[in-house]
Ligand binder design. Structure first.
Ligand SMILES: [Zn+2]
Length: 419
């Protein structure tokens, strides 16, 4: 009996001690038993240099990863793990306007769909986004990511969906990667339309515009069927594959910005390959249109075009351009309506390098083709995957209507070798 009482007393004492130790440990470690937040960036397109993580307050502070010589430090894209469903976290990012959209983009389903955060709170050059995940892990980025595997998947899907489309490799990059592209062709010697995106790696929204155009082109829409019959179309969703893979900004990189590389001796293979095809089509008097897709500055809240200096265009080229711009305003009418004020980017815009901007290089071929840069605003509530895809479809409608009535006869008949 005595032994039993002693045993009971010892057990009771031990239980109390354990409970006390547990409560003491919890108090020492903070009031919540949260998992540890981790930031992961070792995947294609990943970028994020962690400054610190406040595990108690659930605040992650980071900067875009620095890639010296690889362009602006503005693109960031991270996976966060160790989150608690239903518990808000704060992500603080700095410190350039390019790196701090009003709303960041995140995915709770591993990149299948992307949504905006609520508008972040700015503090000087920094911005804080609050996100309430519904899972242990989420992806968060500057804008909706679009990486080389997305380009490959897109062109493969569309080539499978249409007998007149084929995927091809525009070039092998300097770092040994493929550059996925799509060609839609129903007959030989049709006028050529060339659509490309991502000469600047961080401008991911432009690849979503490109995707919107490509998916529309392969669709059953009457205008898409019509343009497939009347033109050959080449689509390149990502020009600077290596920097998109790396997660670098690309803009103003060394030794050459892609969009200042359109010289007689381009450094980048994607530029060289594009020049070869576009130049050949121009020589055969069958170049119809060139559209270079970008995202502009943080303060540009409306899409707009850069156009070649009008005075370098032959008269039919000038009237084709005006027709295209007018038609654009009718079709690209929301949720991201295009401005009716295009900007000439000639010698005043970039005195030293203006000739080597892609659409100016194309214009200088001297054909009546339309050659423009479309800058789709990225810092608005409509700068989402849906908004970008809509601009792409609307660009398709614009081209279909314009080319239906444009005068694409060569300015210089001697250059016409197609006959
Ligand atoms: Zn750009």
């Amino acid at each position: 009996m005595k032994i039993h009482l002693l045993y009971t007393a010892v057990v009771f004492f031990c239980q109390r001690l354990c409970r006390f130790a547990f409560v003491f440990a919890v108090l020492l470690s903070g009031s919540h038993a949260y998992a540890e937040i981790k930031v992961i960036t070792d995947f294609p397109g990943g970028s994020g240099s962690v400054l610190d993580i406040d595990q108690q307050q659930r605040i992650i502070r980071l900067m875009p990863t620095d890639h010296p010589g690889r362009g602006w430090r503005c693109w960031w894209y991270v996976r966060l793990t160790g989150l608690t469903s239903g518990e808000a976290i704060t992500l603080e990012v700095g410190d350039a306007p390019w790196a701090t959209p009003d709303q960041a983009t995140w995915s709770g389903d591993n990149g299948k769909s992307w949504q905006h955060t609520m508008p972040g709170k700015r503090n000087g050059k920094l911005i804080r986004y609050s996100i309430t995940p519904e899972s242990e892990s989420i992806l968060v980025a500057w804008g909706p990511p679009f990486v080389p595997s997305d380009a490959k998947a897109l062109v493969s899907k569309l080539a499978t969906a249409s007998s007149s489309a084929e995927s091809f490799n525009l070039c092998r990059t300097r770092e040994g990667r493929d550059t996925p592209a799509l060609r839609v062709k129903t007959a030989p010697n049709l006028p050529l339309i060339w659509i490309q995106a991502r000469q600047h790696a961080w401008e991911s929204g432009s690849s979503w515009v490109c995707r919107g155009f490509a998916e529309w082109l392969i669709s059953d829409a009457a205008e898409a069927v019509q343009i497939r019959k009347s033109a050959e179309i080449v689509i390149v969703p990502i020009m600077d594959i290596d920097n998109v893979h790396r997660g670098a900004g690309g803009k103003s990189q060394s030794p050459q910005d892609h969009n200042r590389d359109w010289s007689d001796q381009p450094h980048w293979r994607a530029v060289a390959a594009a020049q070869t095809e576009i130049g050949a089509a121009a020589a055969e008097a069958r170049l119809a249109a060139f559209v270079d897709l970008h995202n502009p500055a943080a303060g540009n809240r409306q899409p707009y075009y850069y156009i070649p200096p009008r005075d370098i265009l032959p008269p039919p080229g000038r009237s084709n351009l005006e027709l295209f711009l007018k038609t654009s305003v009718n079709h690209i009418n929301g949720p991201l309506p295009v401005s009716n004020r295009p900007i000439e980017s000639g010698p005043k815009y970039d005195p030293k390098m203006w000739q080597f901007i892609s659409k100016n290089w194309v214009a200088r071929l001297g054909t009546p083709a339309i050659s423009v840069t479309l800058e789709t605003a990225w810092n608005t509530p409509n700068s989402t995957t849906d908004g970008y895809l809509a601009v792409g479809r609307q660009l398709g409608l614009t081209l279909a209507e314009t080319l239906d009535s444009a005068d694409l006869k060569p300015a210089n008949p001697e250059k016409d070798t197609s006959k």
